[in-house]
Design a protein around this ligand. Structure first.
Ligand code: GYE
Length: 308
């Protein structure tokens, strides 16, 4: 072997890590904050990021992942649009010898060796928090309480688990009834549309509480509620999830009553995990960012602290 004396190999100069990231879409304020956080954190960490937006289409995620495999990235991160159907593609990645991080939403696979770690919130717990707030808030309300629910993307972990945590918490409390529930895809326009649909139904079905799986849909719903001549936050108690600055503004103005926090700023954690995996360290199978619930009382004060 000849050594190149003019260009000796400097062990201190290592190649930057290349991370392929399949982002599921750009449906919400949460998602925008998530995408920016990942871009910024990659920049800061000196990691080369190849990001592809799948626009809510799992097949596009598969295409993106295959392109990452072809260009031989060091590591792949996936924010999965829905939680089923991942086994074959994860096996392809495994065969290519590339480590995988699951981010934000989870995947339903039995073989947990198909990914290194899952970084994301406890959506079930978020549903529990929303229901507990509601039960307390409505404790003096006589009679049956109608609940309308705006679901997120069908088959997505946050929608499934936010629904489940909420339902299991109100189970056995016969005065609480979910009278209207429908997916609105985590979008503001979806929320407006479906809420209008709910309010076209007979008044007996109208909700005293709206539980929305994210802020954007709830903001859309506020418009529909006002159009119907009802006061959001008073005639309809509104509880939503994410905790965006916009949601805090809605709380401060009295339209939303409570917001369960779900943190999108996962970039720094993702980059840290990436570096640790590349340097051969083992990571916990699950990483959950700390999260809170906020109510109207403190909203105005908290607005300026919101980072997304
Ligand atoms: O709550 C919603 C977004 O997967 C946690 O997706 C995320 C959810 C978030 O569109 O706003």
């Amino acid at each position: 072997v000849e050594t190149d004396l003019q260009h000796p190999v400097d062990p201190a100069v290592t190649k930057p890590i290349v991370l392929g990231f399949s982002q599921l879409g750009s449906e919400s304020t949460w998602r925008e904050a998530n995408t920016s956080s990942i871009k910024e954190a990659a920049d800061e960490a000196g990691i080369i990021l190849i990001m592809k937006n799948a626009e809510q289409d799992q097949k596009k995620q598969f295409d993106a992942i295959r392109s990452f495999i072809r260009s031989d990235v060091d590591i792949i991160a996936i924010a999965p649009v829905v939680q089923t159907g991942w086994k074959p593609i994860l096996q392809e990645i495994k065969q290519a010898g590339i480590p995988v991080i699951i981010l934000d939403r989870s995947v339903n696979v039995e073989d947990s060796s198909l990914y290194i770690t899952f970084i994301g919130s406890d959506f079930y717990e978020e549903g529990v928090k929303a229901a507990k707030y509601m039960i307390d808030k409505m404790r003096h309300h006589p009679g049956v309480i109608n609940i309308a629910e705006l679901q997120g993307t069908v088959g997505s972990t946050p929608s499934i688990d936010r629904g489940l945590g909420f339902r299991e918490t109100i189970q056995g409390k016969s005065n609480f009834r979910i009278t209207q529930t429908k997916p609105a895809d985590f979008t503001k326009s979806g929320g407006r549309e479906i809420m209008r649909e709910f309010l076209r139904q007979p008044k007996e079905k109208w909700p005293q509480v709206l539980y929305s799986h994210n802020d954007d849909m709830a903001i859309g719903a506020v418009e529909a509620i006002e159009e119907a001549g009802l006061r959001p936050g008073t005639d309809v108690v509104i509880i939503s999830v994410d905790g965006t600055r916009r949601a805090f503004e809605q709380m401060a103005s009295g339209n939303f009553n409570a917001v369960v926090e779900c943190n999108p700023l996962l970039g720094p954690l993702l980059m840290q995990a990436t570096k640790e995996i590349m340097s051969g360290r083992t990571l916990p199978k699950r990483m959950v960012p700390p999260e809170d619930i906020f109510t109207q009382e403190l909203a105005a004060m908290e607005i300026e602290n919101r980072k997304y």
